[in-house]
Design a protein around this ligand. Structure first.
Ligand code: RIB
Ligand code: CA
Length: 307
């Protein structure tokens, strides 16, 4: 049976790659897209989401524009990583508009319509998801699950020494989702290992569209996977990891009590995992700690041929 997903996203090149592969998958049905500010402004993330659907002739998928800023902090973006418009390559100018409903309202509509058949896949700051949970506290019990790309549970951050970008941008939203949402927490602990080789991306870049544009998105950042402080020459594609895990269970998880730092200092967006159960509190999230990289790469290669 296909898994219905609502894709909550801040495209963003790896978001665009993840949505492309989700659309290609027979195992997933994308029932809708909600956009959030993060990698770039809400105007750009929303236009970019529409461009991805246009590229793949999937403008049948509804897009709802979500939160334009974190719950209470000023928005901090990452155009230096994803390009001035938030996405590289030259994807088509979208011919379609968003639906009139706001992202959070549309998310709740999908929760009530699809219930326990729905997975919310959140690969940007968690502003939309946290707002939806604040409006509907039963949301996590009403749906199948929430799967997020975010956090650096037991590894260094990529935005500060402790914080991953999505959690850094809106730590209050991340705290609510890891506390109340019982999510799959797919963070840098595994996405720094779930990489594509430079050769794989270069071969794709030689092809026609949509593969050429996908190669531009895969190879989006000069920030390669860093190992022992050295650039590995391999390409991280953070958000893609969530999609491949939903298809093939490529990740190994452990359940911990998890919290997120919400101060204004070094611990903003930091993930606190009670690995040794010193607090005696019940676990709140499934934290991904290991990834099957060959399975990750094989599935991506297979999905690309379906685009
Ligand atoms: O830290 C990586 C995450 O932040 C990814 O989701 C990327 O798209 C950005 O949103
Ligand atoms: Ca993202």
């Amino acid at each position: 049976m296909t898994r219905k997903i609502l894709f909550d996203t801040d495209p963003g090149c790896d978001d665009a790659s993840a949505l492309s592969l989700a659309l290609a998958s027979d195992e997933l049905e994308v029932v809708g897209v909600t956009t959030v500010a993060g990698n770039t402004t809400i105007e750009n993330t929303t236009r970019n989401a529409l461009s991805v659907l246009e590229l793949h002739d999937r403008t049948d998928v509804p897009v709802a524009r979500g939160c334009a800023a974190p719950l209470w902090r000023p928005l901090e973006t990452a155009e230096h990583v994803h390009g001035s418009s938030g996405i590289t390559g030259s994807p088509p100018v979208p011919d379609v508009e968003t639906i009139d409903t706001s992202g959070t309202r549309f998310m709740l509509e999908q929760v009530y319509e699809h219930g326990d058949e729905l997975t919310i896949v959140a690969v940007g700051p968690l502003t939309n998801v946290a707002t939806a949970i604040a409006i509907e506290p039963d949301l996590p019990e009403l749906i199948d699950e929430i799967a997020i790309m975010g956090g650096a549970a037991l590894c260094p951050g990529n935005s500060t020494p402790e914080a991953e970008f999505n959690f850094y941008v809106d730590p209050e939203a991340a705290q609510r989702v890891v506390r109340d949402g019982n999510p799959r927490l797919i963070g840098l602990d595994v996405t720094q290992d779930a990489t594509l080789t430079a050769e794989f991306v270069e071969e794709l870049a030689e092809r026609d569209d949509p593969h050429r544009t996908l190669a531009a998105w895969f190879g989006y950042s000069e920030v390669d996977a860093i190992r022992e402080g050295e650039l590995s020459g391999e390409q991280v594609v953070h958000d893609v990891t969530v999609i491949i895990d939903l298809i093939d269970d490529i990740l190994e998880y452990r359940r911990f009590p998890v919290n997120v730092g919400t101060d204004d200092g070094d611990f903003r967006g930091a993930v606190v995992c009670d690995v040794n159960d010193v607090t005696g509190t019940p676990p709140t999230a499934n934290v991904a700690l290991e990834v099957n990289v060959p399975a990750f790469r094989n599935r991506i290669a297979e999905l690309i041929e379906k685009l």
